[in-house]
Ligand binder design. Structure first.
Ligand code: COA
Length: 216
């Protein structure tokens, strides 16, 4: 694995073929991160179930990859379906954003990168207000959101941050569509690559080589 401070980070949209990678990222979160991300200490079973239901209508997910591994993610979720599912821009759509970056990859700009991508996605998918709900003692999330001029209020034991998404432009819409198309292709390629690697690891020859190495 590359040095976590210098490795290149790639952010792209996540698609259903990324579900397992997203699930594994959530499972790697330590108890404190799970608590901060979900407002409670979530079990592995909860996270597996959660990941399986993350790619529904009106859900946009983005992932930060280092060397092909998903180390950070952001979600923009709305009960009101957005963009291609219904006519956008006519309604006041609120969407909730949530972020997670694995511990050893923090404080190197991944959260900020994902935040910027969520903000752009919100503009281009007809979202008017982005909401972020976090625990009052979650300094990291609060500081990150405040970099984007998010206004926080105390609501029902949590802090709710709100910021308005910008109006889209023809260029931003075109760019979003082009990025989605590229990201979709990359997601399929990644899924195939993972399957090929998993198959290689599972062959009898690879198994024998691993046993030889551990015996030496
Ligand atoms: C919040 C979180 C996503 C931030 O991710 P990150 O990749 O470390 O964030 P970045 O490196 O992009 O930080 C951007 C800015 O946010 C602020 N920030 C982030 N973490 C901080 C911390 N622990 N303390 C103070 N400021 C912090 C800083 O201003 C930072 O800029 P700087 O490094 O130039 O000072 C990450 O800590 C995390 O996953 N936490 C657990 C899950 C969670 O709390 N999710 C939020 C609920 S939805």
């Amino acid at each position: 694995m590359s040095d976590t401070k210098t490795a290149t980070v790639e952010v792209r949209r996540l698609w259903p073929s990324d579900m397992e990678a997203y699930r594994d990222h959530l499972l790697r979160l330590d108890p404190r991160s799970r608590h901060e991300r979900f407002g409670g200490g979530m079990s592995d079973d909860f996270l597996v179930h959660y990941a399986e239901h993350c790619f529904g209508q009106g859900d946009l997910l983005y992932g930060a990859f280092i060397d092909g591994d998903l180390v950070g993610a952001a979600e923009l979720r709305s009960n009101a379906a957005i963009w291609s599912e219904q006519a956008p821009f006519g309604r006041h759509i609120h969407a909730e954003a949530a972020f997670s970056v694995e511990h050893e990859y923090r404080r190197r700009g991944i959260g900020e990168n994902l935040f910027r991508r969520i903000q752009r996605a919100a503009s281009n998918h007809g979202v008017e207000t982005i909401e972020i709900i976090c625990l009052p003692d979650n300094i990291g999330m609060r500081m990150l959101a405040q970099k984007f001029k998010t206004h926080f209020t105390f609501e029902e034991c949590n802090l709710t941050g709100r910021l308005r998404a910008r109006r889209p432009t023809p260029f931003s819409l075109m760019r979003e569509a082009a990025d989605d198309a590229v990201d979709f292709g990359v997601a399929l390629f990644d899924a195939q690559w993972r399957a090929v690697n998993a198959a290689a690891v599972a062959t009898p020859a690879a198994q024998a080589e691993r046993e030889n190495r551990s015996a030496a």
